[in-house]
Design a protein around this ligand. Structure first.
Ligand code: MG
Length: 660
C-alpha cells in the first residue's frame, strides 16, 4: 500500500483542479464540523485561510490517524470473513443485491442501478434494499484481500445511491417536479428505520474502507455531507413508538458517538439518550419485565439498550446515561435469568421462538462487561465456573406476571415458569395462567409458540391457532379465548418446604379463574383451579405435553410420560367429568411446527356453584411414572379467603393450604 504522504500529495494534486461547485460543497461540509476539537487545528487553520481543498486533505489525514474509536460492530483490524460475507460482497459487485432472505436468489438491479426496482410488491423488499446489507461485507472482503476493486465499487454505489435517492421535501411541488419519482421513493429510501440502519452500518463501512487509496478527500466530503443529512433527517422524523423508535434512538447515539466532529453529533447523542431513557421507563415494568410479555422481545430490548450504552462507553461518553438506566437494564437481565431454564432456554410464551444456549450465552458475556461486579451475571456468563448463582430459588415478577417455582439453578433442577400478568402489548397471547415446566434437561410442557406473524387471512388463521387460550396449559370457558387478560396476584409465598402462588383472572364475563400452585418438597406441583361466577358452560383445563408417546388412562385423568432414562412425570387431574386427547402443536421457530399430545379435562358449569379441579404434576426418577398412586381432594367448600387441598402420594399425605 502506498504511504499516506504519497496519497495526500496525489489527493492535493487532484483537488487543485477543483471546480467552484465542488469548492462550495467542501466549504459547506467544513462548516458542519466543530473545528475547535483537538486534532483539527490544521484543518481549522486552512479553512480559515480559505484553502478548503488542503483542509479536506488534512481532514482525511485526521480521520486516518484518529484512534480510540469503536464502530460498535465490525472491528476493522480484526475482520472475520464468512462465506455469506463473501457471497453478498461478490454478488454486490455484480449489482445482485442481497435484500431479504425471504427472496432468494437475490435480484439483479441492473448495470445502471435501479434503486426503485420492485420485482415483488412486498414493502419489505423495497424498504430493505436501502439497508444496503452487502456494503459491510464488501468492506470486509476489501480488508481481508486488499483488493481495491471492492473499495472503488462501494464508492461508486455509495455516490450512485446519493444521486438517485435525493432527500426532498415531499410537500413542495417545486421539489417534486424537479425530481420525478422521488416523492414516492422517499417512502422507502428515507423511511426512518432505514435511515437509522444506514447510520449504524455506514460507520463500519467508513472504518473498513478508510485506508483505501480510492478513499479521497473528495469522497470524504461526500460521505460526511450525506451522513450529516441522515442524522438531521432522522432526528426530526423519528417513529412514534415501539421497536422502530428504539432502534432509531440507538443508532442516532451510534452516529453521535462515532462522528463527534459533526456539530450535530451532540444533538444526536442527546436525542438518542433521551428517547432511550423515556422508552425504558415506558416499556419496562418496575420488576424489569418488558411490556410485550414476550421473553424473546424482552431479550432483544435488553440488547438495544445495552448496545447504546456500550457504544457510549467505548467512545468516551460513559457519563451520558443516568445510573437509573443501568439499574433498569440490570433488572431486565435479572428478570431474564429468573424465568430461564438451566440450559439457557426460556419459555416460548407469546411470539417468542426457541433460543438455544449458543444464541443466549454470548449475551451474558456482553452483560458481564457492563456489570463486572455482578456475581450472578458472571455465574451465568461462565456457565457456573466463576461468580455466584442467585442466593434464592423461586422468584416472582409480580408486575409482568412471571412466577418461577424452582428448586435450583443447575442442570438437575426442576423449574416451572407460570405466567399470569397484565394485558401486555401486541405480541402477548391469550394465555393467562399457563406455564412451562422443565426438569433435568427436558421441557415437559413447551408452549405452543406462535408459528407466524401477520399477513393475509390464511396466514392470520395459522397465527391465531397458536394464540388460542385452549392451546395453553390453563382454563377456558366453552373453549373460547379469554375476553379479558388482566390477572391479579392474590398471594406469593415462597417457603422452606413449600412455595405457593395464587392468581386470579376474571377472563370471561361472569367467570373468574383462580389458580393456586404449590411446589412441594422441591419435587412436585399441585395446582388448584377454581372457576367461579354466574356464567354457565363447559369449563375445561388444558395440558399440552412435549412430543412423546405417553401412557394414558384418561378415565382416571392420568397421563404419564414413558421415557427410559429415569426422567419422567405423571399428570393427574381430579374433578373432571370428561377427559380427552385433542389436537396439539408446538412451534419452536418461524413457520416450523410439530404435532404433540394435548389433553382437555372438562366439567360443565350448570349454575352458580364453582367448578373445581386439582392437578398433580409428579416428576419421577424412574421409568414407571404411571404406577404411582396419587389422590387429591379439596378440603372444604370454595371460599374467597383461601384454599386447602389434601394430596396423598404413594401413601404419604400432604395437606396444602394458602390464605389470601
Ligand atoms: Mg403461547
Amino acid at each position: 500500500m502506498k504511504t499516506i504522504k504519497h496519497l495526500a500529495m496525489a489527493a492535493l494534486a487532484c483537488l487543485a483542479m477543483t471546480t467552484p461547485t465542488r469548492a462550495a460543497e467542501t466549504a459547506e461540509v467544513l462548516e458542519l464540523l466543530d473545528l475547535t476539537r483537538p486534532g483539527l487545528e490544521k484543518v481549522a487553520e486552512l479553512h480559515a485561510a480559505g484553502n478548503d481543498s488542503a483542509a479536506a486533505v488534512e481532514l482525511l489525514q485526521y480521520y486516518r490517524n484518529r484512534t480510540g474509536f469503536d464502530t460498535g460492530g465490525v472491528n476493522p483490524d480484526k475482520v472475520k470473513l464468512s462465506k455469506t460475507d463473501r457471497k453478498w460482497a461478490d454478488d454486490g459487485m455484480e449489482h445482485t443485491f442481497f435484500v431479504h432472505k425471504g427472496y432468494q436468489p437475490s435480484y439483479n438491479y441492473g448495470e445502471d442501478i435501479n434503486w426503485q426496482y420492485w420485482p415483488v410488491r412486498d414493502n419489505e423488499l423495497r424498504w430493505q434494499l436501502h439497508r444496503t446489507k452487502w456494503w459491510v461485507p464488501m468492506g470486509k472482503v476489501y480488508r481481508v484481500t486488499g483488493d481495491e476493486k471492492y473499495a472503488r465499487e462501494w464508492m461508486l454505489q455509495y455516490r450512485d445511491w446519493i444521486k438517485k435517492n435525493p432527500l426532498i421535501n415531499t410537500k413542495s411541488k417545486a421539489e417534486r417536479d424537479a425530481n420525478p419519482g422521488a416523492a414516492e421513493n422517499m417512502r422507502f429510501a428515507w423511511r426512518p428505520l432505514e435511515v437509522a440502519d444506514r447510520l449504524e452500518h455506514q460507520i463500519e463501512q467508513f472504518a473498513l474502507f478508510l485506508p483505501s487509496e480510492n478513499f479521497t478527500p473528495d469522497f470524504l466530503i461526500d460521505f460526511l455531507a450525506n451522513y450529516d443529512r441522515h442524522g438531521r433527517y432522522l432526528n426530526t422524523h423519528l417513529s412514534k413508538q415501539g421497536n422502530h423508535l428504539l432502534f432509531e434512538a440507538q443508532r442516532m447515539l451510534y452516529a453521535g458517538c462515532y462522528f463527534p466532529e459533526l456539530k450535530y453529533a451532540s444533538e444526536l447523542r442527546r436525542s438518542g439518550i433521551d428517547v432511550l431513557n423515556k422508552e425504558i421507563k415506558k416499556q419496562v415494568f418496575d420488576d424489569g419485565v418488558q411490556f410485550e410479555l414476550d421473553p424473546g422481545y424482552h431479550l432483544a430490548t435488553i440488547n438495544i439498550f445495552t448496545k447504546a450504552l456500550e457504544m457510549a462507553n467505548a467512545n468516551g461518553y460513559k457519563g451520558e446515561f443516568p445510573d437509573e438506566y443501568l439499574q433498569t437494564i440490570k433488572k431486565m437481565i435479572e428478570a431474564h435469568y429468573n424465568y430461564s431454564f438451566p440450559d439457557y432456554t426460556m419459555p416460548v410464551f407469546s411470539d417468542n421462538k426457541l433460543h438455544n444456549k449458543g444464541g443466549v450465552l454470548p449475551n451474558y458475556r456482553k452483560w458481564r462487561r457492563l456489570y463486572p461486579q455482578d456475581k450472578q451475571i458472571e455465574w451465568f456468563a461462565t456457565e457456573g465456573k466463576s461468580g455466584q448463582q442467585p442466593a434464592y430459588t423461586s422468584h416472582a415478577l409480580p408486575v409482568g406476571g412471571f412466577y418461577t417455582l424452582r428448586n435450583g439453578w443447575g442442570d438437575d433442577a426442576t423449574v416451572m415458569v407460570f405466567k399470569a400478568g397484565p394485558k401486555g402489548e401486541w405480541h402477548n397471547q391469550f394465555d393467562n395462567g399457563t406455564f412451562e415446566l422443565w426438569r433435568k434437561g427436558r421441557n415437559y410442557f413447551p408452549d405452543s409458540g406462535s408459528f407466524i406473524y401477520g399477513g393475509d387471512d390464511e396466514v392470520m388463521e395459522q397465527r391465531n391457532w397458536f394464540r388460542q387460550t385452549r392451546v395453553h396449559n390453563t382454563l377456558t370457558l366453552n373453549n373460547e379465548n379469554l375476553k379479558t387478560r388482566e390477572s391479579r396476584l392474590l398471594k406469593w409465598e415462597p417457603g422452606e418446604q413449600i412455595d405457593a402462588v395464587a392468581v386470579e383472572t376474571p377472563g370471561y364475563p361472569g367467570l373468574t379463574h383462580r389458580r393456586t400452585v404449590w411446589f412441594v418438597d422441591d419435587s412436585f406441583y399441585v395446582i388448584a383451579d377454581e372457576a367461579f361466577g354466574d356464567a354457565t358452560g363447559d369449563v375445561a383445563i388444558h395440558y399440552n405435553l412435549l412430543r412423546s408417546e405417553p401412557v394414558e388412562d384418561l378415565k382416571k385423568g392420568a397421563v404419564s410420560t414413558d421415557f427410559d432414562d429415569n426422567n419422567n412425570l405423571t399428570l393427574r387431574v381430579f374433578g373432571a367429568d370428561k377427559a380427552e386427547r385433542v389436537e396439539g402443536w408446538a412451534s419452536p421457530a418461524y413457520r416450523e411446527k410439530y404435532e404433540r399430545p394435548a389433553y382437555e379435562f372438562t366439567t360443565p358449569k350448570t349454575g352458580a356453584a364453582p367448578v373445581r379441579f386439582i392437578t398433580v404434576i409428579y416428576p419421577t426418577d424412574d421409568n414407571k411414572a404411571a404406577s404411582h398412586k396419587i389422590e387429591a381432594k379439596y378440603k372444604g367448600q370454595f371460599a374467597t379467603d383461601g384454599v386447602a387441598v389434601d394430596v396423598k402420594i404413594d401413601g404419604k399425605k400432604y395437606p396444602l393450604s394458602l390464605s389470601f
